[in-house]
Design a protein around this ligand. Structure first.
Ligand code: HEC
Length: 150
């Protein structure tokens, strides 16, 4: 990668970091990439599926991560869900997931719940606080000139 290209990427990254917290995004805004969800699906099979099931349906003890999972997390933000996964899962070895794996698994869970993918990967960190977990798309205010209407 040449230096100009790298500088360009850094600049875009920095301006996104500056603009992100100023408006609340939604899980309907395409907040993860397909590639990320595909990698997350692999990790999920290795460390989560034995309890939460191959189709995220749960196993009686471990709750489902689709269906009734959605209303349970309504009104939270992705930072809450990230922390729940990173700090308490997998149940037999909490806090052992790498941040990037946690983000990828979170992307896979979003995909499994029908949220759309987008161009920007989901990144661990403070930006997750500004992404609302919205169950219903119709509850999300429309974007006006790149900002959420109030
Ligand atoms: C050994 C079994 C086991 C494994 C492995 C496991 N979980 Fe869990 N998980 C549970 C149990 C039991 C609960 C319910 C108790 C709790 O919330 O701590 C739970 C709760 C959760 C919740 C909260 C669900 C809700 O609606 O409140 C999430 C999210 C979650 N797990 C994600 C994961 C992910 C992602 C992985 C893989 C990295 C994983 N779990 C691995 C057993 C497991």
């Amino acid at each position: 990668m040449n230096r100009n290209r790298l500088a360009g990427i850094l600049l875009v990254g920095a301006s996104l970091a500056l603009t992100m917290p100023t408006w609340a995004a939604s899980t309907w805004d395409g907040v993860y990439t397909d590639a990320q969800a595909a990698h997350g699906a692999d990790r999920y099979k290795q460390v989560c599926a034995m309890c939460h099931g191959p189709a995220l349906e749960g196993n009686g003890e471990a709750p489902p991560l689709v269906g009734r999972f959605m209303p349970d997390w309504e009104g939270t933000n992705l930072s809450d869900l990230y922390d729940k996964i990173h700090d308490t899962m997998p149940l037999f070895a909490p806090a052992t997931l790498k941040p990037e794996d946690t983000g990828d698994i979170l992307a896979f869970i979003l995909q499994a719940n029908g949220f759309p993918s987008g161009a920007m990967p989901l990144a661990a960190g403070d930006g997750l606080k500004s992404i609302n977990f919205d169950v219903s798309k119709s509850a999300v205010k429309p974007m006006v000139k790149g900002r959420r209407a109030h």
